[in-house]
Design a protein around this ligand. Structure first.
Ligand SMILES: C[S@@+](CC[C@H](N)C(=O)[O-])C[C@H]1O[C@@H](n2cnc3c(N)ncnc32)[C@H](O)[C@@H]1O
Length: 281
């Protein structure tokens, strides 16, 4: 007979019983993780799923203070998860926070309608009545009250992270949590750029890395320019994902002209900037 961990997940025979689920939160739904195919029906987990679960749970830990604050401030706090994919993050946040509180709404925005159909089914089967999904581009997504308290975007591809930033501004989000994905836009822009620093992006691989770095620097400045306090840290160890930069923003003032000037100075200096953000700077 299979042994079970405190969370009811069977361990593989001879293995460490907590190995598969060491990071699970108390009371976290194992049935949900099975419905999401993160855990197999007999409770096993493969290396990819373990990595994803670890990222999602770590992100949940990092944004817990923001969610606690949103629940303290609002009767019905709204979280929007953008570029949601299979909505692992949205489901886990609903399970850990929104289901426990019995209030608040979660919206998942995802361009691929087949993923949204699966998410809707899992939400219905899980009884997650306050979880909703929109099959649309982030730029076109409209929330019922045009308001979100917390916006998340985990590995939203390329410029979709910029769409997420503009969505957060439009919906007056107090908190924004971003883990950007690969970024190609600025590398292309840097290719023809000259100037005293051009050796920094001479080779394609360096151009890609430098372009992605510059993009995230400019994202942080853009958010500061729009009145957010920004913290940039690591999400999890690099063994879990190469796309590992965590940008957390909390609104604390209306705007910051100095940060806006820095954003524009960098755009000028490098001859490249995230187009969506530059047009809204
Ligand atoms: C790398 S996946 C990440 C999914 C999920 N957030 C996660 O971490 O597991 C990126 C997802 O964003 C979606 N996506 C990319 N660009 C988008 C856009 N502009 N609007 C909405 N969804 C987008 C893709 O279809 C894909 O499902």
């Amino acid at each position: 007979m299979a042994r079970h961990t405190a969370q009811g997940v069977p361990a593989r025979r001879g293995g460490n019983p907590r190995q598969a689920v060491a990071e699970l939160w108390p009371g976290q739904s194992v049935a949900l993780l099975k419905a999401l195919h993160i855990l197999s029906q007999d409770g096993a987990i493969n290396a990819d799923s373990r990595r994803k679960l670890k990222q999602v749970l770590h992100l949940a830990q990092l944004i817990k203070p923001a969610l606690d604050k949103a629940f303290a401030d609002k009767e019905q706090p709204v979280l929007a998860d953008l570029g949601a994919g299979k909505s692992y993050l949205g489901f886990v946040l609903y399970d850990l926070f929104f289901a426990k509180q019995g209030r608040g709404q979660v919206y998942g925005v995802e361009a691929r309608s087949e993923l949204v159909a699966t998410c809707r089914r899992i939400a219905a089967e899980s009884g997650f009545e306050r979880m909703h999904f929109m099959a649309t581009a982030i730029a076109d997504a409209v929330l019922p009250d045009a308001h979100a308290d917390v916006v998340t975007a985990l590995h939203a591809c390329d410029t979709a992270t910029d769409e997420a930033i503009l969505f957060a501004l439009k919906n007056e989000a107090k908190f924004i949590a971003l883990v950007p994905c690969c970024q190609a836009e600025l590398a292309a822009g840097l290719e023809g750029a000259s100037g005293p620093l051009r050796q920094l992006w001479r080779h394609p691989i360096q151009r890609r890395e430098f372009g992605a770095h510059l993009t995230n620097v400019m994202r942080g400045l853009f958010l500061e320019a729009h009145g957010y306090k920004v913290r940039v840290t690591e999400l999890t160890g690099l063994e879990h994902s190469l796309k590992n930069e965590f940008i957390f923003a909390e609104r604390h003032q209306l705007s910051n002209p100095q940060a806006r000037a820095e954003f524009l100075r960098l755009a000028e200096q490098f001859g490249a900037a995230p187009a969506l953000l530059k047009s809204a700077a």
